[in-house]
Design a protein. Sequence first.
Length: 186
Amino acid sequence: MKIVLFRHGEPLDLAKEPISANDLGLWIAQYDSGSIKAESNPTKLALAIASESKLLISSDLRRSRDSADRLSTGQSVRQNALFKEAGLPYSNHKTLKLTPQIWIVVFRVLWYLGYAKGSESRTAVKVRAAIAAKELISLAREHQNIVLVGHGIFNRFIARELLRQDFKGPSKPSSKYWGYAVYESD
């Protein structure tokens, strides 16, 4: 059995002007509803790897769905919210303004430390990743070779679960756009 975890293509650019922590929630919603850049395409090797799969799965976020469509060589693409990215928390503070990129780093670090206001907790993400890995394993048993087009953080959580289930592969899947990692089991 083979499970390939891809990260989506490069997302469309969003506003980079400083915003308050309170406005980050709206920025996240815009990011999650956005697609990928027209010029962001998978490499020939990525396309070849995806073409070997019997099934492509994506999260229900548009950047993942659109990336899966670009990877597909005729396979159907199944969408499932189970595979969406681990949410990013934010707060209701309005005074300090930073760029969204800085807020993302700040709140992702806080998320790892246990802060989850406005998002799924790290513990909840671990539970969802265990369920997602079981679903992928079940699909791989049926189809032998599958591809998930997901997201950077959540793919890492899934990878840990696959390794716990005796799959062989890297401890950390690539976090680059169109990056991937292959996990195999007998």
